[in-house]
Design a binder for this molecule. Structure first.
Ligand SMILES: [Zn+2]
Length: 112
């Protein structure tokens, strides 16, 4: 399961950051995972629940921010948000689009 690997990475990042701050326990972790990041939120929650005990995140409250998806048209420059990718600009119909939001996958903040 892909989410298990992601959860492991998250815990490693948090452990490294906590270590830099001289702590082996964190109280809160905020993750930013966009709707396009390819992560099943429930599966990730579950993976963290399974892996966190005994780690730096043992008693951490976990918040997941879920930025919606947005794209920018390279032809006319308009930016639009979407839920299901439609493949063309709603303004000019161009298919030359760049994703500008929604593929985030990172640890946003850690509270020790
Ligand atoms: Zn356009």
């Amino acid at each position: 399961m892909h989410e298990l690997t992601v959860a492991e990475n998250i815990i490693n990042i948090v452990a490294t950051e906590a270590g830099k701050a001289g702590s082996d326990m964190v109280s809160e972790v905020c993750l930013e995972i966009g709707l396009l990041a390819g992560i099943e939120y429930e599966a990730l929650d579950f993976a963290l629940e399974v892996l966190a005990p005994g780690t730096v995140m043992d008693s951490a409250a976990i918040t997941i921010e879920k930025p919606g998806a947005a794209a920018k048209c390279n032809n006319c420059g308009c930016e639009f948000s979407f839920e299901t990718f439609m493949g063309s600009c709603p303004d000019c119909g161009s298919a030359d689009l760049a994703i500008v939001r929604g593929n985030e996958l990172r640890v946003k903040s850690i509270t020790i």
